[in-house]
Structures are given as C-alpha cells and as structure tokens.
Design a protein around this ligand. Sequence first.
Ligand SMILES: Cc1cc2nc3c(=O)[nH]c(=O)nc-3n(C[C@H](O)[C@H](O)[C@H](O)COP(=O)(O)OP(=O)(O)OC[C@H]3O[C@@H](n4cnc5c(N)ncnc54)[C@H](O)[C@@H]3O)c2cc1C
Ligand code: SF4
Length: 337
Amino acid sequence: MIRLPAFTYVSPRTLDQAVRAITDAGPAGMLVAGGTDLYPNMKRRQFEPTTLVGLRAIRELRGVGGSPRDGLRVGACTTLTAVATHPELARAYAGLATAAGLVSSPQLRNMGTLGGNVCVDTRCNYYNQSYEWRKAIGFCMKKDGDICLVAPSSSRCWAVSSSDTAPVLWSLGACVRLAGPSGERTVPIAALYRDDGIEYLAKRADEIVIEIVLPPADGWRSAYLKLRRRGAFDFPILGVAAALRLEGDVVREARIVLGAVASVPREAPKAAAVLVGQRLTTETIEAAADAAAGPARPLDNTDLTHPYRKKVTRVYVARALARLAGFDQGPVLAEIA
Ligand SMILES: Cc1cc2nc3c(=O)[nH]c(=O)nc-3n(C[C@H](O)[C@H](O)[C@H](O)COP(=O)(O)OP(=O)(O)OC[C@H]3O[C@@H](n4cnc5c(N)ncnc54)[C@H](O)[C@@H]3O)c2cc1C
Ligand code: SF4
C-alpha cells in the first residue's frame, strides 16, 4: 500500500478564509475539494504540498442556482453525482450532465466535484505512475526530471487534458468565477486553459474556482461522447462535446470541442462552421465530422494507439451530431466498432 506523506490540513468555513489560507500557505499549499485526484497524486509523490486547504466545509461553494432561461450557476464543490442527476441540468444542458455521469465510478462521483474536475491534472503514461516506477525510468520534466520521455527533443510537456466536463463546458460557452488575493474575476472557460502539460491552467495557484456559470440554454442542445477502455471507470482517451443552437431544424450556432487529444480541450471551429446555416443531414454531419478530425493530434502517451484515437475522432463526432439530430444511425457510425 502506498501511504500519504504527512501534511497539514486546514478547513476554512468561508471563501474569504480559504483565500487567506491558500495565500498564507504559499507555493507549498494546494486546494483540495473531493480529493479523488489529488490524494492519489500525493501518494505517488506527483504532488508534494505540505499544507492542504480543504474546500468541503464552505457552503457557498455548493449547489445549483438560477434557471435555464437566465443561465445556471453551479458551485465548484457541487459533486459530480449532483451535476449528473440535477433535473434542469439533465434537461437543458444534457452534455454536461452526461459528462459528469461518465467520470470515473459512482464512489468517486459522490466525492469528486465539478470544480476539481475542471482543474484536474493532465495525464501521461510516463507520469501517472508510482514514485519508484518514475524513478526507474529517470523521471520526466513534469515532475522530478528534465526531459520529456514522449518527445525527447521537445522543450515542453505534452501530458493530456483528461477532464470529461471541460470540453462540454467549453462547448456550452460557460464561464468560471474565480476568487484570489486580488479579488474576484470571471473568465470564459476557454481562457482557463493553456496548451502546456505542466502549466495547463491559466489561473494562479492561489485562485479558487467559486462557480461555473452556464449561459441561457434557450435553443441549445448538447451531447458528450467518451471513448475509454473500461466503461466502468477509466479516464477519457477521447471526449467529444457538441453543442448546437437550432432555429427550427437549421443550425444557427455550433461548437465542437475535443477532449483528451492535446494538453488543452481542443475546439474544432472549421467543423462547427460547416454546420452553421445548414440542416442536420447525413451529408452535413459527415462533412463536419471530417473537418473535426483535423485538430485532433493525440500523442502516444495514453491508452490505445494514437492513430486509432485520431481515426475514431471522426466517428465519435458523427455519432454526437447524429444524437443531436435525433438519428439512430449514420453511415459513419458503422465504420469503427
Ligand atoms: C480511478 C480514477 C478514475 C478517474 N476517472 C476520471 C474520469 O473518467 N474522468 C475525469 O474527468 N476524471 C477522472 N478522475 C479524476 C477525478 O476523480 C475527477 O476529475 C474529479 O472530478 C476531481 O474532483 P475532486 O473534487 O476530487 O478534485 P480534487 O482531487 O480535490 O482536486 C483536483 C485538482 O483540482 C484542484 N481544485 C479542486 N477544487 C478546486 C477549486 N474549487 N478551485 C481551484 N482548484 C481546485 C486541486 O487543487 C487539484 O489540483 C479519476 C480518478 C481516479 C482515481
Ligand atoms: S508528456 Fe513528456 S514531460 Fe509530460 S508527463 Fe509525459 S513524459 Fe513527462
């Protein structure tokens, strides 16, 4: 059994106290919500904080407010189970409820939170290993080493963005409200991420995600499809989030965002452009699916082969769009089992 190292746990009751606590802790401090990603990472010595600031006792960070008509606000510490089963989220923001319900296993969804999922660490086969495993191969630049073992001549880390909800929130045009020592700010979720496997978040380490702000759902439909080896609890090795605003049967706005194909959720704007102004037919869906595969450039650092993950992107995009169109089948659906 791998044990947790010793650390100090601070449990603030208010957001102000939490901001003070994480600021006082400095670089040796980390925030923890459900702990479902952070504690395993501490056991493997990928994270080595000496102070943890727990967010679970802060009531203002939990719950869902607002309405689909005006937009919903989801507190960062709302559990994934609560997000997956919330009736208005499931009805008006179906892609988000689906993605939350596909994270990991029921136990981890009962503990894991939406804020933790949005901030979850990037992943790589050479990094998500025990300390001894990583030591045996000489470590890598994401932790304790100085080269990338996937791309040894690269000066950057290519660890993969592996959040299920991040691509969906991006496709829905969600924003994130943050609190830090300099006050509060709200940023589009797309601006929360950086294309870097190490510095993958564009927020400061002492900024706390307070809530996710969803825009009005009027006219929008959304879907999320996930590829993973074991349906019971694996991380995504491909996530496809599609959101469309329809007037009648014509697509007026579209966003397609791919997860687990890069260090950042990857938007496919050319694929969305193919759909705008069109009806959802087999032909338009196929054309959009072809265009969506372009931005997917998976590397050989997660499960299954990267050529397969690239190839299957087209199929998953077609399936997601077919679902939004209400089709049971599409020609590309049969291509890859
Ligand atoms: C076996 C296993 C399978 C998993 N499968 C999946 C999967 O399929 N899909 C998936 O997306 N994830 C998966 N996870 C990862 C994890 O369970 C989820 O991402 C979960 O949503 C993380 O939420 P949490 O509240 O537990 O975050 P924590 O573990 O508490 O924190 C995760 C990160 O977010 C930061 N953080 C947490 N809350 C905040 C906040 N409010 N403000 C700022 N920073 C914050 C922490 O500092 C930490 O860096 C899996 C984990 C395990 C162990
Ligand atoms: S992509 Fe390279 S640097 Fe990043 S975790 Fe993997 S091996 Fe390490």
